[in-house]
Design a protein around this ligand. Structure first.
Ligand SMILES: *Cc1c(COP(=O)(O)O)cnc(C)c1O
Length: 358
């Protein structure tokens, strides 16, 4: 039986992604070869690449004057690639926890960093509001969903300077006004596909006019990937294929709007139970609570039951709910492919556990 997967990443994927990728691993479209074997320069793979980019554009409503790139290295490599390309003198960063801190650390290698907002004072249990963006910076960087602490912003910033966003863990979980961003990046493995492929959405005008005057190694130049259609070197072919299958699934079930509706439904159900249940509570402020990563803890009196609840849940086929080592407690990650049935199973387990322990 398929488990109720709440892993923070790599994530649960739609059944059609798994089935169709498995088929393509055996044979890609009657080509006589596996997607693992096919040349990335072949007509067969080019068709996969073209379709993936097309589906990405369509699903996420990306204007024609943006490129969609697929690269390696994970979102973590983008932490460095972004400032390497675009930090001339000073950049503004919003600090909402571990992932933004990692991005800030890399940016400091290339120029000045101004932290314009931070949730550090309350252990990153809220998303800073009313962020004032200065005009004397090359760009502002934001992490839209904080996978570890479970905070999320649900609107697109209005900014006088280019906005660069790490959307690793909430991409395509709500409609986004892409025109408000100069660059959006993320690892695919949270909401879209398997690990090993990183997406970059970049505005052509920004790429043409904003690149810093410093030597940049070839593989770290966005312009190289844009010019070559993400084919400067061998792309992660099978990961891109799986990504395409997830995008096709998103489209077939009703697009990003439907993903948002599902995400709200799942998150509301789980937070309602956390708030109701005597054993548990949610540390994140209402209004900042992530729909993707739902963080909760045992109330002090019940804190010693931590491991017991994880075991209790796993006996009910619920896996991946252990909190991040920096936060403790529990974290249920409910990405695009998560089912309401998965959340119902977890809610049932919480209710049963309460009956036994409270
Ligand atoms: C997981 C995650 C990353 C790191 O992604 P990798 O692809 O593993 O490098 C960066 N940012 C956020 C918000 C994440 O959730």
């Amino acid at each position: 039986m398929k488990k109720h997967i709440f892993n923070a990443g790599p994530c649960k994927l739609p059944a059609s992604t798994l089935e169709n990728t498995a088929k393509a691993i055996l044979e890609l479209n009657n080509s006589g070869q596996s997607i693992l074997e096919v040349s990335h320069r072949s007509k067969d793979f080019q068709a996969v690449m073209d379709e993936t980019i097309e589906l990405f554009r369509e699903t996420f409503n990306i204007p024609a004057d943006y490129h969609v790139l697929f690269v390696g290295g994970g979102a973590s490599t983008q932490f460095a690639t972004v400032p390497m390309n675009f930090l001339k003198k000073k950049a503004a960063y919003i600090n909402t926890g571990v992932w933004s801190e990692k991005a800030i650390k890399e940016a400091k290698l290339f120029g000045e960093v101004e932290i314009i907002a931070s949730s550090e004072d309350k252990k990153h249990t809220y998303f800073p509001k009313g962020i004032k963006i200065p005009t004397d910076v090359d760009y502002v960087h934001i992490t839209t969903n904080n996978t570890i602490y479970g905070t999320e912003i649900f609107e697109d910033l209005n900014s006088p300077v280019p906005v660069i966003a790490d959307m690793s863990s909430d991409i395509m979980s709500r409609p986004v006004d892409v025109t408000k961003y100069a660059l959006i990046y993320g690892g695919a493995q949270k909401n879209l596909g398997p690990a090993g492929v990183t997406f970059v959405i970049i505005k052509d005008e920004f790429l043409k006019t904003a690149v810093a005057d410093r030597p940049i190694p070839t593989m770290f130049k966005y312009s190289v990937h844009a010019k070559s259609g993400s084919m400067n070197n061998t792309p992660p072919c099978v990961n891109i294929f799986a990504l395409k299958e997830t995008l096709a699934w998103v489209k077939s079930v009703g697009g990003v709007k439907k993903m948002e509706k599902n995400a709200i439904e799942r998150a509301d159900m789980l937070y309602a139970e956390i708030d109701r249940n005597k054993l548990f509570s949610a540390p994140v402020e209402k209004g900042s609570r992530s729909r993707m990563n739902i963080v909760f803890v045992l109330n002090e009196k019940y804190a010693p039951l931590q491991d017991e609840f994880i075991k209790f849940a796993s006996e009910r086929n619920i896996i991946g709910i252990k909190g991040h080592r920096d936060v403790g407690g529990f974290r249920a990650s409910a990405y695009n492919a998560s089912l309401i049935e998965d959340v119902k199973a977890l809610v049932e387990a919480m209710k049963e556990f309460e009956k036994l322990k409270a």
